[in-house]
Design a protein around this ligand. Structure first.
Ligand code: GLY
Ligand code: MN
Ligand code: MN
Length: 445
């Protein structure tokens, strides 16, 4: 039930957020349970912003954070509304922290049963110059916030004085989440360690004729045995041509002799830090010619792209480094034709490489934080973590751009991606997932 990070880390984050939002009151709802079917729910997954700031892993709670720039010094600054202790509910669904736990364990200055939110929230927001809330994500709390805000605006019209402005608080939180603290990086190393070991075991167990689902079971059994909460995302175990479907998750086919197997899988820890790893290798232990050529090309693209991960660079530079290598190699192999610069500028490689080279990684797998504001790309800084995941997918699903060659059949059905999780350091980068082997020789048995 505990947060694994010291709860003081969450308190420091709240302080930091409020220091930047002095004159604001922030309303931050936890996640709710999501229906799986009928009256069965999916396993609970906390909202990452809420977890980051509060450390509480319960559904339905609502946090109110009040900046020091308004109100009187004795006012509570961190208020939690939580499901109260309830013996019957706890017999069915497990222990709750309750109001007492919110105060004693999670450091709330004030705490109330969730049922009192409608009557109490107005008082906590009254007088705040600004109300921070994310519209469109919390259907149970949003009507309440909007009603209170509307009432305040009406009172301003009638009696004068300040009415609050409403703003989206998430950019301020996401800017913080983009730069991982040392303790967060430690948790990401742990997610990476477990996930790398799962990939290594899966590759060693792979045999012609097995079901993709059996490899999925091996991976996920390792995650749970190692103490992880669950897969960070639906595991992709894609033999042969299935690997050309980027989000293939059926994992229902048999592994064919002569095919490659692409595995994209990573675990999520109890405190939600994630790994996201892809490896591709020959099912029968030997690459054939076309597979080998493309594997070496993707690996080279990935190494160049990882080389571009350093302070001051950007995810665009990382992407361009990968695309440059891929395009040059595809020209040499005859799978592209013409001028490399023009192919890059016109994106005439996208029938073979249709996705970006990476994304931020953290409490969310596709983590928050801007990578670009207009034409300005976010400069990489120590503490940022991104995936580097170039690939090639040779199939006839996407139309070949005008002027580019049709793909000969002997290339088709090859899908390759190699994905690592990379932290930016003061001097360059750290590959968190280096323990999952990827050298060509290591992929052959
Ligand atoms: N596994 C999802 C991704 O690689 O982005
Ligand atoms: Mn990824
Ligand atoms: Mn992935």
């Amino acid at each position: 039930m505990n947060s694994l990070l010291d709860l003081s880390a969450h308190a420091q984050r709240r302080q930091h957020l409020l220091a930047s939002l002095e004159d604001a009151a922030v309303v931050l709802p936890a996640a709710q349970l999501v229906t799986h079917h009928a009256d069965v729910h999916h396993r609970f997954r906390q909202n990452s912003d809420f977890f980051y700031l509060c450390g509480l892993d319960e559904a339905n709670a609502v946090a109110v954070l009040r900046g020091h720039g308004w109100g009187s010094p004795a006012d509570p600054r961190f208020i939690l509304f939580v499901e109260p202790r309830d013996a019957t509910a706890e017999v069915w669904n497990g222990q709750r922290w309750g109001v007492e736990g919110a105060l004693e364990h999670f450091g709330a200055d004030a705490a109330h049963p969730l049922g009192e939110l409608p009557e109490r929230l107005e008082a906590y927001l009254r007088g705040a110059p600004r109300i921070g809330f994310r519209i469109g994500h919390h259907p149970h709390v949003e009507p309440l916030v909007l009603r209170i805000w509307g009432q305040q605006l009406e009172q301003r019209q009638r009696y004068g004085g300040q009415g609050a402005s409403l703003f989206d608080v998430s950019p301020a939180i996401h800017t913080m989440r983009l730069r991982k603290e040392p303790a967060e990086l430690e948790r990401m190393r742990e997610a990476a360690r477990i996930s790398c070991a799962a990939h290594e075991q899966a590759r060693q167990a792979t045999q012609v004729g097995m079901g993709e689902y059996q490899i999925e079971a091996l991976l996920e059994s390792h995650f749970r045995s190692a103490g992880a909460r669950q897969p960070a995302y639906p595991s992709i175990v894609a033999g042969g041509d299935n690997a050309c479907i980027l989000h293939y998750t059926n994992n229902s086919d048999r592994l064919g002799d002569g095919d490659l197997l692409l595995i994209d899988a990573g675990c999520s820890l109890m405190d939600y830090y994630n790994a996201d790893i892809t490896r591709t290798f020959p099912i029968n232990g030997r690459f054939r010619g076309e597979q080998r050529a493309l594997y070496e090309l993707v690996l080279s693209a990935q190494r160049h792209a990882i080389g571009a991960v350093q302070p001051g660079s950007s995810s665009a530079e990382v992407h361009n480094a990968a695309v440059q290598v891929l395009v040059d190699g595809l020209l040499e192999l005859g799978l592209l034709r013409g001028d490399g610069e023009a192919i890059m500028a016109n994106h005439d490689y996208r029938h073979l490489y249709p996705h970006r080279t990476g994304h931020w990684l953290g409490l969310d797998v596709h983590d928050v934080g801007t990578s670009r504001l207009g034409d300005h790309h976010t400069a990489l800084e120590p503490g940022m973590v991104l995936t580097v995941e170039p690939g090639l997918y040779i199939s006839n699903r996407l139309p070949v751009p005008e002027g580019q060659p049709e793909i000969p059949n002997h290339w088709k059905g090859i899908g390759i991606r190699i994905e690592d999780d990379v932290a930016v350091t003061a001097t360059g980068h750290e590959v968190l997932t280096a323990a999952a082997l990827k050298d060509l020789q290591a992929m052959e048995t």
